[in-house]
Design a protein around this ligand. Structure first.
Ligand code: GDP
Length: 471
């Protein structure tokens, strides 16, 4: 290793022993040591999202443009809690079932389609209770268009802004559904001004955001909204190759006692058929049966079609990309390779832990300690935060409290910690079972305390590099 690091340094790369280097760099080192490096290309390697452009879109871009055909737009509805997302999704579902299908469509499989003027629109029906940021961001990542629901009596709220940020990050255009206009306290003009302030200038004011007044409750304005969606679709390049590679996204999945693993898949490209061998993450299997959102048996599903399938061997993660493979052996090989990679990744995971904070600071790898704090009551959060801030002032290492809230350590805390390399501190709280499991697989450290003094003492020691590993 020392020899490798020395050669890297001679070539101007200051690498430590755990660092990844790109292939070209590795090839130079190899040749200086008298070896020839060969690049091994793994399918798994390729399946990484680059930047914010979702993988499925990158994959469609690789299809031969001559074979691309228009496909229905995929729409997701985002907005602040209680602004009417669920009601709007239901209103759309019921007023606009594909011609002559009214009634009898009560299944929730996570996505559905409606017909407007002879054209299909696919709606992602993310659960209304989904408090997870990750889930909302996934919605925007999977869609061609975001419908942002803003209640005209309440205006732009924190989750409205968050939804806008998600849509922008995923580079997905926004249509505003100005909801609850039936309410006597609705103030559309005020809300539009607020929207303009956050960069969504209504088209009637010379901007380029379509704002459609609706009442989800009274089912008013729904046709106008669908019209707007088709209008925006026409200005975008919403295409796929129905005869190309078959891939799409897992919308949701669960275990059904009678039917085994039941997953909703949204096909983005190609045509999925019953009997196909599908791999999603580390789940795989032959599709035994396939149904549309009305619960009707389906043999084939083309681009933008949501389907419920049975036959996978385990529950895949929502948001995971799925692909069709030629045979079961190939599918199993891909899955085995992924399992191996996952295991290796886990072992090599740079866990953010208090114990190694100091050495990381010394190695110049970090300058701050990022924390997420959960406590039983607001009254305990305040003294914890203020003593941590005091410690931060005395130390070279900055303490950055990313998030402080009352309540048990939840899965979304762990997701945040994992994404931001933070440590979770809990005071007089527990970690949910799901949170503990996720923390383990993501390598996130959760430390629980029941005495404030012990908590601050540990942090103080960690800042000085004097913390002994926890038993
Ligand atoms: P979500 O949290 O965004 O999914 O919001 P919901 O769809 O659950 O709606 C929250 C509340 O607002 C419910 O009580 C709905 O009945 C009500 N609501 C939704 N849309 C409208 C509307 O257009 N007008 C009125 N007056 N109430 C609405």
């Amino acid at each position: 290793p020392i020899q490798v690091i020395r050669i890297l340094m001679d070539n101007g790369v200051m690498a430590n022993i755990n660092q990844m280097v790109d292939f070209d760099t590795a090839a130079i080192v190899a040749s200086e040591l008298g070896f020839e490096a060969k690049l091994e290309v793994h399918e798994v390697e390729e399946e990484k999202e680059t930047g914010e452009v979702p993988l499925w879109r990158q994959l469609i871009a690789k299809e031969d443009p001559r074979f691309l055909q228009p496909r229905p737009p995929v729409v997701t509805i985002l907005g602040h809690v209680d602004h009417g997302k669920t009601t709007l999704l239901d209103a759309i579902r019921h007023t606009n079932v594909a011609a002559g299908e009214a009634g009898g469509i009560t299944q929730h499989i996570g996505a559905y389609q409606v017909e407007h003027k002879g054209r299909l629109i696919t709606f992602l029906d993310t659960p209304g209770h989904a408090a997870f940021t990750a889930m909302r961001s996934r919605g925007a990542q999977g869609a061609d268009i975001v419908v942002l629901v803003v209640a005209a009596n309440d205006g732009v709220m924190p989750q409205t802004r968050e939804a806008i940020a998600h849509a922008r990050a995923a580079r997905v255009p926004i249509i505003v559904a100005l909801n609850k206009i039936d309410r006597p306290d609705a103030n559309p003009d005020f809300t539009k001004r607020q929207l303009a302030e956050v960069g969504l200038v209504p088209d009637e004011w010379g901007g380029n955001t379509i704002v459609v007044p609706v009442s989800a409750k009274l089912k008013q304005g729904i046709e106008d909204l669908l019209e707007a969606i088709l209008l925006v679709s026409d200005s975008l390049d919403i295409k796929a190759n129905p005869n190309g590679q078959v891939f799409g996204t897992v919308i949701e999945a669960k275990i059904d006692r009678a039917r085994g693993v039941v997953a909703t898949l949204l096909v983005y490209n190609g045509t999925l058929e019953a009997g196909d061998i599908v791999v999603a993450g580390t789940a795989y299997g032959r599709i035994r049966a396939m149904f549309d959102f009305r619960g009707r048996k389906l043999r084939k599903a083309g681009p933008s079609t949501p389907v419920q399938v049975m036959g996978l061997n385990e529950v895949p993660d929502a948001g995971e990309l799925f692909r069709v493979y030629a045979n079961e052996r190939e599918a199993r090989q891909v899955v085995e390779e992924r399992l191996l990679q996952r295991q290796q990744r886990r072992q090599a995971l740079p866990k953010a832990s208090l114990e190694d904070l100091f050495s990381k600071v010394q190695a110049g790898e970090t300058q701050e300690l990022r924390l997420i704090i959960k406590a039983d009551v607001q009254g305990s959060l305040e003294p914890i935060i203020s003593s941590l801030n005091d410690l931060s002032k005395e130390s070279e290492i900055r303490i950055n409290i990313l998030h402080a809230e009352t309540g048990n350590v939840s899965e979304s805390d762990v997701m945040l910690a994992s994404a931001s390399h933070a440590i979770i501190l809990g005071f007089n709280v527990q970690a949910d079972h799901a949170a503990r499991r996720l923390a383990e697989s993501e390598g996130v450290s959760i430390r629980l305390y029941d005495v404030i003094y012990r908590l601050t003492e540990d942090i103080e020691k960690a800042l000085k590099g004097m913390l002994e590993p926890m038993e």
